[in-house]
Ligand binder design. Structure first.
Ligand code: CTP
Length: 208
């Protein structure tokens, strides 16, 4: 079997990684490409042993919040043609869910997340690195809307978290990784030429 081609889609929280990934993968599937999506969010560390008040204090925008070593192991397993069981995460309870999902190796694996390019262990595993370069005010508006409707947050908690960790960690860890990307995408999921370039690259390099 051909080794999987692993693509990282990174960028700030609210930069449009999920929409871009979904659009890319839908279009790849339409041309019969076998593609698997993994989310870095699923690899947030398990905090079941901590009280809720403790979980709320965690800095979720620091690389240490993620079990990158498990994600790296899973990517190595997929590269070796093995199946993996990836975890699931709940943003309301700030911890892992009980369930695991087993997936087999696919031709293309797309991983999306804020700190993928900041991990020295993950970086060598990516065949293509994409950075979503979206203005921070747009990212913040999207984050507010999403956190209030989908993640059970209040406007006050979103504002406090943004000032305390989201914004400083973006400047310390996410934005400095922009230069490590092979492709920088402006205008998010609506950037049709960027999608076409990435699809062409995948077609040419993953021997589909
Ligand atoms: N986060 C949180 N509470 C947790 C775990 C994570 O608030 N218990 C937040 C972190 O602050 C981090 C964000 O979740 O900034 C990461 O998810 P994000 O990148 O915003 O979500 P995606 O939907 O993957 O990305 P995009 O908005 O770019 O599509």
């Amino acid at each position: 079997m051909t080794l999987p081609h692993i693509i990282a889609i990174s960028g700030a929280s609210g930069s449009g990684k999920s929409l871009f990934t979904e659009t890319l993968c839908d279009e790849l599937r339409q041309i019969d490409t076998d593609v698997l999506v993994l989310c870095e969010d699923h690899y947030y560390r398990d905090q079941t042993h901590l009280e809720m008040s403790e979980r709320e204090k965690t800095n979720y925008d620091h690389p240490n919040a993620f079990e990158h070593e498990l994600l790296a192991q899973h990517l190595r397993d997929l590269k070796a043609g093995k199946s993996i069981q990836y975890p699931h995460y709940c943003f309301k309870t700030h911890t892992r869910l009980q369930k695991l999902t087993e997936v087999t190796a696919h031709r293309v694996v797309v991983v999306e997340g804020i700190l993928l390019l900041a991990s020295p262990e993950l970086m060598p595993l990516f065949d293509l690195k994409v950075y979503m370069d979206t203005p921070l005010d747009i990212c913040l508006l999207r984050r507010i809307q999403r956190d209030l409707t989908e993640r059970g947050r209040t406007l006050d908690s979103v504002a406090k978290q943004y000032e305390k960790t989201v914004k400083p960690m973006y400047h310390q860890f996410i934005q400095p990784c922009r230069h490590k990307a092979n492709i920088v995408v402006t205008q998010g999921g609506k950037n049709r030429p960027a999608l076409e370039v990435i699809k062409a690259h995948i077609r040419n390099t993953s021997k589909l």
